[in-house]
Design a binder for this molecule. Structure first.
Ligand code: GAR
Length: 197
């Protein structure tokens, strides 16, 4: 039985692309939604032949307006979406969306959580001087980057690294683990309350 996935992205969309091209079966990316009319992800969606839609997120910068979050939620319910994958959505999800899709929203974050939650995780890790950085796919809960962890991958920090070179290598790992985590969810190997390996 197919699992219909919506990917929510604000930026370039490389994780969205990795989800479309990776093996997520029986999950299938049905639509890309964005809160940013200029998101690179919109162009990628066109190239990949995936339907996409911009929806107004409200007047705030890092969260949805209450009414707008209700509209996004209704759109996703009406569309028959069963799993939401946040892929560089630069907005906190907490109200109606989390209630309607509790346990069915995943996020990718560019650090080894619980270290370095929040914005510019790669920059935070680089500045701190860690020797091992990485990325995490986790379920979304009410906190910021705090939900149950599904998969992580480490990335060694090289002496020659700058913030951006490190971020590039982390991004490559992100692309590898996101589809694996989605597949684990869609095949019942990962569930919100208990992540089975
Ligand atoms: C990725 O590095 C993702 O982990 C990060 O934004 C980037 C989006 O890149 N997400 C966060 O920092 C969320 N807290 P992409 O648009 O190329 O997928």
């Amino acid at each position: 039985m197919e699992t219909k996935i919506a990917v929510l992205a604000s930026g370039a969309g490389s994780n969205f692309k990795a989800l479309v091209q990776g093996d997520t079966e029986p999950g299938i990316v049905d639509i890309l939604l964005t809160d940013n009319i200029n998101a690179g992800a919109l162009k990628l969606a066109e190239e990949l032949g995936i339907e996409s839609k911009y929806l107004y997120p409200g007047k705030y910068k890092t969260k949805f307006g209450i009414r707008e979050e209700e509209l996004w939620t209704q759109f996703l319910i009406d569309r028959g979406i069963q799993l939401i994958c946040l892929a560089g959505l630069m907005r906190i999800v907490k109200g109606p969306l989390l209630e309607a899709f509790n346990g069915r929203i995943m996020n990718i974050h560019p650090s080894l959580l619980p270290a370095f939650p929040g914005l510019d995780a790669q920059g935070q890790a680089f500045k701190y001087g860690v020797k091992i950085a990485g990325c995490t796919v986790h379920y979304v809960d009410k906190g910021t980057d705090t939900g149950p962890i599904i998969l992580q991958e480490s990335v060694a920090v090289l002496d020659s690294d700058q913030r951006d070179s490190l971020a590039e290598r982390i991004l490559l790992k992100e692309h590898q683990i996101y589809s694996k985590a989605v597949k684990a969810h869609c095949t019942g190997r990962a569930v919100y309350s208990k992540v089975v390996r």
